[in-house]
Design a protein around this ligand. Sequence first.
Ligand code: MG
Length: 184
Amino acid sequence: MTGRVQSKVVTAAAREALIERGVTIEDIGQIVQAMQIPYNPELTLEECMYSVERVLLKREIQYAILVGVELDRLAEQKKLSEPLQTIVESDEGLFGVDETIAFGAVLAYGSIAITTFGHLDKKKSGIIERLDNTSEGKVNTFLDDMVASIAACAASRLAHRLRDEEEGISKYEQAVRDEEELIG
Ligand code: MG
């Protein structure tokens, strides 16, 4: 088992990567709230931020964040080899690998996450739009899609949690489901 990286190290690195690139939990929570408020008018920003926090505990999401942010960083530092350097730096429209990685990360949260991700990818709401319109020298080719992915997962979680609440499941059942969610 030599060389295996502890989960808590990956969790911390993924969170730091987002913060370092200027994305807060609140930024993502705001997108989640906008997505879910039509179905749950009483949904608070805090509940949305909590859902984002839960999603950020999931390994597949963390790995996707680390890969995406690393490529953005390297492109900013002009450290990728050509032609990838120019493709990532210019956010080439037909590249699509940024969307593919982010899309892979939503699969664990089911169909609502998938359709919400597709919507956010087209509509680019909240901080996603800001990341998409980068200033000179900044590269967010992968990050904008990862933010959409995290928001889509958090929105799907909330949709399912709302149904659980409507059905009055017990705190114990809720805890069991919460734990199950984090496997994978
Ligand atoms: Mg992109």
